[in-house]
Design a protein around this ligand. Structure first.
Ligand code: ZN
Length: 360
């Protein structure tokens, strides 16, 4: 490197351009727009993002924008990606009522129910319209079937406008689940630190380290990956199980959201520090080798030894087909707790306890 190059200084003109560019950030604008929904500074607005008809019927996505009085980041909170996972949906309704935009710094985009066809159709995993899993459809396709069109609109209208993202899930209608957060670790230090901040602030005591490699922008598949590939810190939370929507689960999701808002200094108050989280790693989803009936012999949160029995697969007469055993010793994050199962579908998710994560 040459020694006699002048040290660059920032001129007033450059500074003005930087300030002007910062002002272009949507959170600093006088109003914040998602589709045809517009919230002016210091206000909140709710409305529907229309998913136009295409190869199949259209739908709509209920959205609230809270555009705070103060400056701050844009946080996207997405519920109802899977329509049978209710606590996140109910928690967002409560948070919407509890927030005073005058006390909010930055902007919150709430997607109340991303997958209305699945919610109204009471389906687990997949849309009743096109049979697709919305959380495998990103970044979506405006010319695709309804799940792809939903993903396209959530990507372009919500994720593209966000600085942070939380995808709020629960155990699905058939899943007995011990609450946890998926914390992505991509290898990008700044991004990973920011995602870890969200994961800790959400306050659950089980954090699953998700080392899935960063996917491409064109094939991001998952909500969180769609954010991460854009450099947006993201987590996926799991609070609830078996289609339940009682206060125990809703409070957990609501408490997590509010503490993340404190963590990001978007609402007043000190962040509650998450002490004593258990770090879980190398998770594996054990899939069914046959179609039939699954009879679980563990519950959510059990600690199981390598080779321990997770459950038994039965045929439709009740005769045993196969025992399902744990491939390694670990924690049962969730287990299928209703009878029907098709070949290839999940039976359980287990992960290993890692004690040293914080020292990495
Ligand atoms: Zn889900």
């Amino acid at each position: 490197m040459s020694q006699d190059k002048p040290v660059p200084t920032i001129s007033h003109k450059t500074l003005l351009i930087v300030v002007a560019l910062a002002a272009l950030h949507p959170a600093f604008a006088d109003s914040f727009v998602v589709g045809e929904i517009e919230a002016s500074r210091g206000h909140q607005a709710s409305g529907y993002l229309a998913v136009p008809p295409g190869v199949d019927d259209g739908t709509k996505i209920p959205i609230t924008i809270v555009h705070g009085t103060g400056n701050g980041p844009v946080l996207a909170l997405i519920a109802g990606t899977h329509g049978y996972e209710y606590p996140g949906i109910t928690a967002l309704q409560r948070v919407r009522k509890s927030l005073d935009p005058g006390e909010v710094s930055g902007t919150i985009i709430m997607v109340h129910v991303a997958n209305l066809p699945s919610f109204l159709g009471r389906t687990i995993y997949n849309s009743p319209v096109d049979g697709k899993n919305l959380n495998r459809m990103y970044p979506g396709d405006p010319d695709g079937s309804v799940s792809q069109r939903i993903a396209h609109l959530v990507t372009s209208e919500v994720i593209d406008k966000a600085d942070y993202l939380i995808d709020l899930h629960a155990g699905d209608g058939n899943e007995a689940l011990r609450p946890f957060v998926y914390m992505p670790v991509t290898g990008d230090k700044a991004l990973d630190e920011a995602s870890k901040g969200l994961a800790m602030a959400f306050g659950l005591d089980h954090i699953v380290i998700d080392e899935a490699p960063l996917r491409s922008r064109e094939d991001s598949l998952y909500t969180d990956q769609t954010a991460l590939v854009r450099g947006i810190p993201a987590i996926t939370t799991e609070t609830g199980q078996m289609g339940l929507n009682d206060d125990y689960w809703v409070d957990m999701a609501q408490g997590g959201i509010l503490n993340v808002l404190r963590h990001l200094e978007m609402i007043p108050g000190d962040e509650k520090i998450n002490e004593g989280a258990t770090w879980l790693t190398d998770y594996e989803v054990i899939r069914s080798p046959h179609t039939g009936i699954f009879r679980a012999e563990v519950r959510d949160g059990y600690h199981i030894a390598k080779g321990g029995k997770l459950g038994v697969l039965l045929d439709f007469f009740g005769d045993e087909i196969e025992e399902i055993r744990a491939p390694f010793s670990g924690i049962v994050n969730y287990v299928i707790a209703t009878p029907p199962v098709s070949e290839g579908e999940p039976l359980a998710m287990i992960s290993q306890i890692q004690t040293q994560y914080s020292d990495k």
